[in-house]
Design a protein around this ligand. Structure first.
Ligand code: PNS
Length: 160
């Protein structure tokens, strides 16, 4: 069974993330969406909340599991028997950081491949930070986040 990990902060999950997760689920037997839990940043949603939002968002994908991890991604991937990490690339500006991470991960654990999927054109501009900024300033985020969790996200971000 070919297992892939989609790691990230997912604070919160966006339609851009969902697009990558759906496409990864078509390429691999099983996809584990793994929420990073030792973030330096100040998250708006707890790890549990982010996992719950992801569960609701991916309920239609039977080969997708939601989990969290701390420490090194390669150690987590090894513990899950994963063959690949799948990430979305939005623009050239993402490339340098992603390239560095994939090179380091390859040095740490040579059997793990990093697979990049080009973000669909509709989501090239999208990030969790942009969504948070728009929602907290009263803007409409319905084109940016999954419909099933829209209300929860708006509720949290407008009541901070
Ligand atoms: O959504 P993000 O914040 O871009 O996700 C970044 C993530 C979680 C993929 C990255 O920070 C990560 O893999 N962190 C785990 C720590 C690690 O393995 N670091 C070494 C690779 S540079």
């Amino acid at each position: 069974m070919k297992i892939a990990i989609c790691p990230g902060s997912f604070d919160p999950v966006t339609l851009g993330h969902l697009d990558i997760i759906e496409r990864a689920s078509g390429l691999f037997d099983k996809v584990i969406v793994a929420v990073l839990c030792n973030m330096d940043k100040n998250p708006n949603f707890t790890v549990e909340e982010r996992m719950e939002l992801l569960r609701e968002t991916t309920a239609h994908l039977s080969n997708v599991e939601i989990d969290s991890f701390g420490g090194l991604l390669v150690d987590y991937a090894k513990s899950k028997g994963a063959v690949a990490v799948v990430k979305g690339l939005r623009a050239v500006s993402d490339f340098e950081y992603e390239f560095q991470m994939s090179m380091i991960n390859k040095k740490l654990y040579g059997e793990l491949e990093t697979v990049y999927l080009n973000t669909s054109q509709d989501y090239m501009y999208l990030s969790s930070s942009v969504v948070k900024q728009i929602a907290s300033l009263g803007g409409d985020i319905s084109n940016f986040v999954p419909e099933a969790i829209h209300a929860k996200i708006v509720d949290r971000l407008t009541n901070m």
